[in-house]
Design a protein around this ligand. Structure first.
Ligand code: CP
Ligand code: NVA
Length: 313
């Protein structure tokens, strides 16, 4: 059964979904995944069109959303910001109004999170954040789904984030109150997550009554006893000019086999990809028995199909 939605909803960050909705999405994603494996056709979005605006490059997000729409019987339009008027300075609000007249949903990958918020505010159709400088909700929902698929609930489990306090770290911070995990983040000095995001997450944790966030400068402390170890690139899209400085600042933060040994024996390793082998993670860990990165990448397709049904049906 598809999840029926009566009014416009958006997915800009994990704040837009309740714990209950997340589990319903996962249940639907699992069903959709089984259907694909059995080559069963599920055309719940027949005749629907998704616009996909990209202001940054993408492999996984672009392909999984496009394939997802196709598999659901709909259509996806790839809109590079360089080739639409948005890239020549047309207002986001004007673009949102125009696109709303043609499309059933919009996915946007951009720089400032404000752009995603403006798009959502001015569009009469659902807007999905396909990554902003602040958040990457579709990826973290997929990471949680992947963990649950392999190991069950994250409630009470220790999740170690080792690396930059970036958009992925922020989305994991927002996920804590939704899944009740104990998140330990090890970020070098000067690369901590945004305190406003942590403050918001602490309020959500107090309301929800479960989960915790710990900040440390010691990656070993974060990895110790972890059930899930996660990292991401040290230089996110748009930060290329800082690469050399970042390489120096993140010394000692590489997830290698010695780091994984500090975690639980059955701990999993995740990375949203693209990875820089030998920088934030060694090839030994990426290709090792604890790594679930390929399933994690595949699951973007299944989780996003559930999100698309939820928002666009
Ligand atoms: N993980 C992720 O969003 O990958 P892309 O940048 O390739 O879309
Ligand atoms: N933090 C990375 C994630 C890429 C999927 C970036 O923003 O470039």
């Amino acid at each position: 059964m598809a999840i029926i939605q009566e009014t416009k909803r958006d997915l800009l960050s994990l704040s837009d979904v309740t714990p209950d909705e997340i589990q319903r999405l996962f249940s639907r994603a699992a069903t959709l995944k089984r259907a694909v494996k059995a080559r069963k056709v599920t055309h719940t979005l027949k005749g629907r069109t998704l616009g996909m605006i990209f202001e940054k490059p993408s492999s996984r997000t672009r392909v999984s959303f496009e394939v997802g729409m196709f598999q659901l019987g709909g259509h996806a339009l790839f809109l590079s910001s360089k080739e639409i008027q948005l890239g020549r300075g047309e207002d986001i609000s004007d673009s949102a109004k125009v696109f709303s007249r043609y499309l059933d949903g919009l996915m946007i990958r951009t720089f400032a999170h404000k752009n995603v918020e403006t798009m959502a505010k001015c569009a009469s159709i659902p807007v999905i954040n396909g990554l902003s400088d602040d958040f990457h909700p579709c990826q973290v929902l997929t990471d949680i789904f992947t963990y649950q698929e392999k190991r069950g609930s994250l409630r009470g489990r220790k999740v170690a984030w080792i690396g930059d306090g970036n958009n992925m770290a922020h989305s994991w911070i927002m996920a804590v109150s939704k899944v009740g995990c104990q998140l330990s983040l090890a970020c070098p000095a000067g690369y901590d997550p945004d305190p406003k995001v942590i403050e918001k997450a602490h309020k959500d944790i107090a309301i929800q009554g479960e989960g915790s966030i710990q900040l440390t400068k010691d990656p070993k402390e974060a990895a110790h006893g972890a059930d899930l170890v996660i990292t991401d690139t040290w230089t996110s899209m748009g930060q290329e000019a800082e690469r050399e400085r970042r390489l120096r600042a993140f010394e000692g933060f590489c997830v290698d086999s010695a780091m994984m040994k500090l975690a639980q024996e059955d701990a999993l390793f995740m990375h949203c990809l693209p990875a820089h082998r030998g920088e934030e993670v060694t090839s030994e860990v990426m290709d090792g028995h604890q790594s679930v990165i390929w399933d994690e990448a595949e699951n973007r397709l299944h989780v996003q199909k559930a999100i698309l049904e939820w928002l666009l049906v």
